[in-house]
Write a protein that binds this ligand. Structure first.
Ligand code: HEM
Length: 560
């Protein structure tokens, strides 16, 4: 057994630590051993050196007199770089209002891990797929722990378990056992007819707007549409969003959207702002309480779809909505989702459900009126697949819409609603590239910037659904595309979201021709938890004719 001194290159030599090297360790074994002492996340990136000469043999490393330096991927360890910023304000005005564009610029300038300071709140972000995957993995290094530095801090609600709670809690474990079956592929398939009925009912309003020759704000109507479906399928509630063109947004929907806006405002401006006893922070608390009350009332009112309790998987395919499911589902120990978790788990499913899908739906319509040829190609695919007003849309049917699938994928790459899921460092650690991250720091895998990283995507600013056919995209590095995040805390509602979109989009495109109203640059809302377009207006005109089937596609009535 030999004892050798090691220190991290970039740190003082006096920080060297003595490590016992057993005689039968090979180089890989030594890297793993050293990694465990210094919390180096990826041992394979470790190099050993003395005065700039690399050491490749364990015997040489063991026999050197004096400390051996550890490099990471050829680098000394360092703090993630970032702009210096102003006193008190930090980088706030270098980042807002166009935080997407400005972070893109910062990644370009400083590299794959950046550190910024927003009025005292330090934020680490990455556009590197490997580091993002490490952060999402829930490991000895990172977990979802919503501390003061986390973008969801002002919304933290341990009782919710999912989304607004820490991983290392009983509440998360329980909610994460009960909710996913109700949002799995089988369960959401039985929601398809309700989704279809929702968009069909909404067409009365879009028809009326067309008859009046009116353009409409896309986000406002997609908020109504997304919420109308989610309200029925999570809470069993009819929000009455399509009783007339001017029907108001239901109070619950309005308040949940306000919560997301308030949270972004409160958490973007540092700790001093979030602790103010008035203004946005106070309003946030009040609105949260009101939402809780409303969901509680709707749970009490919700009609049960049946009387008997059922095992989780059966309840998921039998239940008429998620309240019904949550009341009836029992796990294999005969236990139910506790009352203490029920209300907030359903608030989260409702809020996470409609805020995200309404933003994505808005971007999907944006794409129709912005990117040339998209609307025509999507419509042609429907015609070629014999779509008409009576088609019952099932997952078997949508599986045939190959171009629609690529269009949605590309939209979620380029205009994904979610952009800042955060994970918290459990210890002082060293990331690939040698970046030092202190315990309790929050690392944000910046989804928008991973999806626009030019090292991963050719011409990332170009909207190009056909890129999904290329080998480059098919063989992309792990972690290059994660619209729903990744790892144990990733989205559990993605089946629901994708199915809803795949039902809504054909119905809208087949019935209406969308055109852009106005030519102002479409702006996203910088003070919202999600990326949504603020000022996009369209006209949706009832189609009176449709293109013929493509020549290559045999008509249904043509004999083979
Ligand atoms: C376009 C649609 C959607 C997108 C882009 C999206 C994105 C995400 C992302 C990025 C996360 C991780 C958040 C974090 O780590 O902080 C997440 C979590 C979650 N999503 Fe979604 N989501 C979508 C739709 C939905 C829908 C429709 C539902 C439910 C009906 C839903 C329910 C949830 C829940 C409950 C979590 C928390 C899971 C946990 O904490 O373990 N999402 N979503």
């Amino acid at each position: 057994m030999a004892v050798q001194q090691f220190y991290l290159l970039g740190e003082p030599v006096t920080s060297a630590r003595a490590i016992d090297i057993s005689s039968n360790l090979d180089l890989d074994g030594l890297k793993h051993l050293v990694a465990s002492y210094f919390a180096i996340v990826e041992p394979n990136g470790i190099g050993f050196q003395v005065q700039e000469s690399a050491l490749q043999e364990v015997s040489d490393i063991a026999s050197i007199t004096g400390p051996v330096a550890i490099s990471i991927d050829g680098h000394a360890v360092r703090d993630p770089p970032g702009p210096k910023g102003l006193p008190y304000l930090g980088n706030f005005f270098e980042i807002y209002p166009d935080h997407l564009g400005n972070h893109q610029r910062l990644f370009h300038h400083y590299g794959p891990v950046i550190k910024t300071n927003n009025m005292g709140r330090v934020v680490y972000q990455t556009n590197d797929p490997n580091i993002a995957t490490i952060a999402f993995a829930e490991s000895d290094f990172f977990t979802k722990k919503i501390n003061e530095a986390h973008p969801l801090y002002a919304l933290k609600t341990p009782a919710a378990g999912v989304f607004l709670g820490d991983t290392d809690t009983e509440e998360w474990k329980i909610a994460h056992k009960f909710l996913p079956p109700a949002l799995g592929p089988k369960a959401v398939r039985h929601y398809a007819p309700t989704m279809q009925k929702t968009v069909e009912d909404a067409s009365k309003v879009f028809d009326a707007l067309d008859e009046q020759g009116e353009a409409w704000n896309v986000y406002q109507y997609m908020l109504k549409l997304g919420a109308q479906a989610v309200g029925k399928l999570t809470l069993g509630l009819d929000f009455n969003h399509f009783s007339s063109p001017d029907a108001p947004v239901h109070e619950m929907v309005h308040l949940i959207a306000e919560v997301l806006s308030l949270n972004k405002k409160v958490t973007s401006k540092g700790d001093w702002y979030s602790s103010l006893p008035f203004g946005d922070p106070k309003r946030l608390k009040d609105v949260k309480r009101r939402v809780e009350e409303m969901v509680e009332e709707s749970i009490q009112r919700a009609a049960r779809g049946g009387v008997e309790d059922l095992p989780l998987q059966d309840a998921a395919v039998e239940a008429t909505n998620m309240v019904d499911y949550a009341i009836r589902a029992v796990d294999n120990k005969g236990e139910k989702l506790p009352k203490s978790s029920l209300v907030w788990a359903l608030v989260v499913a409702t809020g996470a459900g409609f805020t995200t899908t309404s933003s994505l739906l808005s971007w999907l319509i944006y794409g129709l009126v912005t990117y040339p040829g998209m609307q025509e190609r999507l419509l042609q695919e429907l015609v070629d697949n014999d779509f008409n007003e009576d088609t019952q849309i099932t997952s078997d049917y949508t599986d045939r819409l190959v171009f629609q699938d690529k269009y949605i994928k590309e939209m979620q790459r380029k205009h994904n609603p979610s952009f800042q899921p955060g994970r918290t460092a459990k210890t002082d650690l060293i990331l690939p590239g040698g970046y030092k991250i202190p315990k309790d720091a929050v690392m944000i895998p910046a989804l928008h910037h991973i999806h626009h990283n030019p090292d991963l995507w050719t011409n990332p600013d170009k909207f190009d659904p056909d890129r999904w056919d290329t080998d480059e995209v098919k063989n992309r590095p792990k972690g290059s595309y994660m619209p729903f995040a990744a790892g144990p805390r990733m989205c559990i509602g993605f089946n629901f979201a994708l199915q809803e979109i795949k039902v809504f989009l054909p119905k809208l495109i087949y019935r209406y021709k969308f055109t852009r109203e106005g030519d102002a640059t479409v702006e996203y809302d910088p003070m919202f938890q999600l990326i949504r377009p603020n000022n996009l207006y369209v006209r949706a005109e009832r189609r009176v004719k449709w293109p013929p089937k493509s020549e290559a596609v045999p008509s249904k009535n043509t004999a083979a």
